[in-house]
Design a protein around this ligand. Structure first.
Ligand code: NAD
Length: 430
């Protein structure tokens, strides 16, 4: 870690707080609609339209220059009726309260779709880890855990990695929590290194899950992956493994991108070379002169488009320019609700984030189960279980779309919200 790139005009669209408020509003709209399809009352919507808990913290860190810098962090817990809340921690300069709220609500949907005994949670810190040293990142990670320690824990709320956080950061956070709680607590956080109770297959799980959804969607549309041309936005944990899995399946990766720009070649990119050269933040395009912008990348010709970076990338502005016939959302919230309608109207099959990227939380659940029982599974066992759950979930959502005659996003929310709504009803919360 520790590159010191600075962002250029070539970066993807950066969110504003208003766009994040829109994310919350559109999430509320679709939760409301999903609850109506399921026959739940307005009381249930009142309960589920906002996180139960939202903590804002200020974290002082002594920087390498000797000065104290105070960072702002958040932890949102959408609803814990179905079990402890669960969701990643994001380190990114665009993190804000509204975005963290929406992300926690999406985690409830994901857990519900893959039928895990969890509610949704999410955390974030406003920072740019690309400009911080290893030591500063450790101090920030530990400071965050101290600040949120009262509301998290192995049976309360279980964090995990997300954008610009990784297994090293999870290790520091787990260590800090173990000091605070005075017992070794591997089940406090997932996405840990293997030697600290991490699970085989966790690092590739999100990309594996997306791959399964791409395969199922391609089958549905009669597209042979071996002939498919694929564009992937983002070359981090999700995007880089995904490009490898797609490449290994025989598909042609014609476009990839990172925060600094994009590469497109209709004859296919040399994925193995790009994977070798990417840094730990998922940056690789800075090594090339012939880059295009992230915006331009979305307009290029392809069969399957996979946004795997940040939110709000397919909007009313560019939805009409998308050439792909399948969009599979590896990132959280890459398509606005209005743009979803445009894509659906244009006959594009959109596999929503809450389904497509649920492989991460599924493998995190496996990690937590292994931590709780102190017995660890092989990579094959993890992959077999993950595959079964994801294929089943894809078809559950597809069946819900067909039954209710709705797009896959609403169908996924109908499947996803059910578990929490039902648990809340049994508890007498609604
Ligand atoms: P990462 O930090 O490993 O990689 C992020 C990638 O996005 C990098 O290539 C980075 O350059 C790029 N990026 C950052 N800002 C950008 C911008 N403004 N424009 C264009 N590209 C930009 O993160 P990740 O873990 O791969 O997560 C990517 C997406 O997948 C996020 O939306 C995340 O919430 C979602 N997701 C991740 C997991 C997981 O387990 N890692 C699970 C579910 C969902």
């Amino acid at each position: 870690m520790g590159t010191t790139n600075t962002l250029t005009e070539n970066q993807g669209k950066v969110k504003t707080e208003n766009e994040s408020i829109d994310i919350v509003k559109s999430t509320q709209t679709i939760i409301h609609e999903a609850l109506q399809y399921l026959g739940y009352s307005e009381e249930t919507y009142e309960l589920l339209k906002e996180p139960l808990r939202m903590l804002t913290v200020r974290i002082p860190v002594r920087m390498d220059n000797g000065k104290i810098k105070v960072f702002t962090g958040y932890r949102a817990q959408h609803n814990d009726a179905a079990g402890p809340t669960k969701g990643g921690v994001r380190f990114h300069p665009d993190v804000n309260e509204q975005e963290v709220k929406a992300l926690s609500m999406w985690m409830t949907m994901k857990s519900g779709i893959v039928n895990l005994p969890y509610g949704g949670g999410k955390g974030g810190i406003v920072c740019d880890p690309r400009e911080m040293s290893f030591r500063e990142l450790e101090a920030l990670s530990r400071g965050y855990v101290r600040a949120i320690s009262q509301i998290v824990g192995p049976s309360k709320d279980i964090p995990a990695p997300d954008v610009y956080t990784n297994s090293q950061i999870m290790a520091w956070m787990m260590d800090e929590y173990s000091h605070i709680s005075e017992f070794d607590s591997p089940g406090f956080i997932t996405g840990k290194p293997l030697v600290l109770g991490g699970s085989e297959g966790r690092d590739t799980a999100t990309a594996r899950g997306v791959t399964i959804c791409v395969e199922e969607a391609a089958r549905k549309r009669g597209i042979d992956l071996k002939d498919a041309r694929i564009i992937i936005q983002g070359f981090g944990n999700a995007g880089s493994y995904l490009s490898k899995f797609m490449h290994d399946a025989g598909a042609k990766i014609v476009g990839i991108s990172d925060a600094y720009g994009a590469l497109y070649d209709e004859n296919g990119l040399d994925i193995n070379y790009l994977l070798e050269r990417r840094d730990s933040f998922g940056t690789v395009t800075n090594l090339f002169d012939n880059t295009i912008s992230n915006k331009k990348l979305f307009e290029q010709d392809c069969d399957i488009l996979i946004p795997a970076a940040i939110a709000n990338q397919i909007t009313m502005e560019n939805a009409k320019d998308i050439k792909a016939s399948i969009v599979v959302e590896a990132a959280n919230g890459p398509t606005t609700l209005e743009a979803t309608k445009v894509l659906t109207k244009r006959g594009i099959l959109l596999v929503p984030d809450v389904l497509a990227s649920a492989g991460g939380v599924t493998a995190s659940y496996f990690e937590w189960v292994q931590n709780n029982q102190g017995y660890y599974w092989t990579a094959d066992e993890v992959m077999t279980k993950l595959r079964t759950i994801l294929i089943d979930s894809f078809h559950k959502v597809m069946a819900s779309a067909e039954k209710h005659q709705v797009d896959m996003r609403l169908a996924a929310y109908i499947v996803g919200i059910r578990r929490t709504a039902e648990a809340a009803k049994f508890r007498g919360w609604a």
